[in-house]
Design a protein around this ligand. Structure first.
Ligand code: SF4
Length: 431
């Protein structure tokens, strides 16, 4: 049988799409190989929401074309967001590509392998659970995509154009998918979407994330349920109280805020204001004092004055987030912000990014000092390192664990934190 290699680029949502692609490919009986130089067919699942991601995808395509021109590869299939962004233009640019598959037509992958062409149309608007799936994460920790697309239309973001309108997966399908993940070894499930807090708005007429969580926490064997990509304005008291009272739900929130200055939030078409964000942060910390907070900020957005920037810098120092992603604004064709002025020179953008990173590093050092000698329960990701409920897989810090006995990935252990350096902490096992 022919050998297929899948290369997955981009975010955790793309990773779950790659799991679905691989599931379909395996179901057809193809042999999966890790190394594209040993494959007959290469499937590349791309990301394209900002220019650097496009560059990464294009350089992967060029590398695969080199293998094909050398007679090492027979077919190249390109999937994902770059296909959405470029459509057929991609094939004109790179005629060596055999097929294109859009993010909405993942179940067409086997047809695309057999018959060259462009498979861009979705087979219906409903987002369904994949028939087949091959997990690409550690056995004990899985991502579960509960919705796709987005209706928030932030002015700098291409995702609504790439992924389409917000579409939720039916609740019973999600519960079944979660049960299967637990059956295949998952102790931790991270719920993902572009905006998890809007879950159900299209199918049930209102967001029903809390109802979904109440069903998922009943699954025997599930130890940790984690919420990613929360939209601040939709995070309500009911959800926070459920997080507070249910041990299985990690006291962790990934809540991208993007900025704090009202001028910029308005220009970004964010529904938040400085006042609403501050009130939300206070409410979260009041209801769940030991919450671990991750957020993202964009600096250098068109029109960002020194005063706007100082507001953001002071906000980071004041709130003391556990984890912060800091990004320079990326001017993307097809977004509303593309035509906004004044655009900020990249030198100033970079300087602002550096200042924000320095401020966050100082916060991390302070939070780290408070951790020393503290006890914690961690989930081992490997024999040597693990995470508390306060760290999401792949993007946050971890703990290197000293232990005389060999530790197993997927097990929970008690530790005492002995040393810290940035996002890597050292700990000793206590039980
Ligand atoms: S919430 Fe905004 S930034 Fe996030 S995917 Fe939707 S439009 Fe993009």
């Amino acid at each position: 049988m022919k050998k297929v290699c899948l290369i997955s680029l981009g975010c955790s949502k793309n990773l779950t799409d790659s799991e679905e692609l691989l599931g379909n490919i395996c179901a057809e009986g193809y042999q999966i190989v890790q190394d594209e130089t040993k494959a007959d067919i290469a499937v590349l699942n791309t990301c394209a929401f900002i220019n650097p991601a496009v560059k990464e995808a294009v350089s992967e395509i060029k590398a695969l074309i080199k293998l094909k021109n050398a007679g090492r590869l027979k077919k190249i299939i390109v999937c994902g967001c770059l296909v959405e962004r470029e459509k057929e233009r991609l094939k004109k640019k790179f005629p060596q590509i055999d097929s294109l598959v859009s993010t909405k037509a993942l179940n067409k992958i086997n047809v695309a392998i057999r018959k060259n062409g462009a498979y861009l149309k979705s087979s219906g608007d409903l987002l369904l659970s994949p028939d087949y799936k091959v997990r690409l994460t550690a056995k004990h920790s899985a991502y579960l995509k509960i919705a796709d697309g987005c209706d928030n239309l932030c002015s700098y973001c291409l995702i609504p154009a790439l992924k389409g309108r917000f579409r939720s997966k039916p609740m019973d399908m999600i519960v079944n998918e979660a049960k299967n993940l637990v059956k295949t070894g998952a102790k931790e499930i991270s719920l993902i979407a572009q905006d998890t807090t809007n879950y159900g708005i299209d199918l049930y007429g209102k967001p029903v994330l809390t109802q979904l969580l109440k069903k998922l926490i009943k699954i025997p064997g599930l130890k940790w349920l984690r919420l990613m990509y929360v939209y601040p304005e939709r995070l309500n008291k009911e959800l926070l109280n459920l997080m507070k009272n249910e041990k299985i739900i990690c006291k962790y929130l990934d809540i991208p805020l993007q900025h704090i200055s009202d001028n910029i939030l308005k220009a970004m078409n964010r529904k938040s204001t400085e006042k609403s964000i501050r009130a939300k942060m206070a409410e979260i910390k009041k209801i769940i004092p030991d919450i671990s907070l991750r957020t993202n900020f964009i600096t250098g957005f068109p029109g960002e004055t020194e005063k706007d920037f100082q507001k953001l810098l002071n906000f980071i120092k004041e709130i003391e987030f556990n984890y912060v992603g800091i990004f320079p604004y990326s001017k993307e064709k097809g977004t509303k912000a593309f035509n906004l002025n004044p655009q900020i020179p990249s030198k100033i953008k970079q300087k602002r990014v550096t200042l924000l990173i320095d401020a966050q590093s100082a916060v991390v050092d302070k939070l780290n000092d408070q951790m020393i000698n503290k006890k914690a329960r961690i989930l081992m990701d490997t024999a040597a390192c693990g995470r508390t409920f306060g760290e999401a897989p792949d993007i946050d810090g971890n703990f290197l664990v000293e232990s005389k006995k060999k530790l197993k990935p997927g097990t929970f252990v008690q530790i005492r934190i002995i040393e810290t350096a940035g996002y890597t902490r050292k700990a000793r096992i206590i039980k």
